[in-house]
Design a protein around this ligand. Sequence first.
Ligand code: IP8
Length: 284
Amino acid sequence: LNTSMKGLSVLKLGGSVITDKTTPEAVDTDTLETVVETIGSAVTSGESASTTGHERQTSAERSKKDIGNLNHHSHAEHEGLIIVHGGGSFGHHHAERHNVSTTTGTSDAAAIWEIHDAMRRLNDTVIEALHAVGVPAIPVHPLSVATRDENSTLEIPIDPFSRMLAQGYVPVTHGDIVIDSQSGATILSGDEIVVSVAEGLTADRVGLCSTVSGVYDDDGSVIPKITTYESVADVLGDSETTDVTGGMAGKVRTLLNLEMPAHIFGPTALTEFFAHKQVGTSIQ
Ligand code: IP8
């Protein structure tokens, strides 16, 4: 199996974009819908719009039709997309409640289940929203397939992703809790998955759709390009709301380790990201 996907984009939808981080388990339905519509038109090249006039169709029927269309044209119209979403007020709320982080683990099966279950339910919501706009999304749940080894290195199989992509599907995975050989089970950030999957499949580019328009400088302007952590260490503060995986500083560090270009941008720039334009802050 050829694991190099030319033209592949890996897009992370930040947990704070699709959920209301101030309220436990609250989906930000409006933003999710807007973001998903943009993904829908990018992936289906406007085809989903042609079905919106069919009022009698249920959304399931509509998505079936669109998914059929997409399968038929997938290779010509888009070259592959993997979506990874964060935890927002689903994952982070439960992780904090059980005092679990990327380094502090738990061996309590009930805690593991509660954190995973919240993420799985958020993932269901994202998948359903994508189907409603004709995106052939299918889930990949990290807890069942990914682990951390003795050195805390993430091991996530790439084959499910490449085979799903090869058949024209859009794999949708998420931050999760995973079995950790050192400490029971620890939090796996969506950002870590983005890095592993983008590298494993030699993706062309990575996008982090966040609530901010990019990485801000001291004067409030968006820094167009970051090439070293030192150059921005002073301006990167901690995330203000509950985030067990490191906030913006952690994201920048993680993305600097990537071989392909990454962009951090806000939801309004998503269309331009899909149009391959320079958006938000590029990290290279
Ligand atoms: O929001 C964290 O994922 P992230 C997932 O991508 C959990 O850092 C379970 C807190």
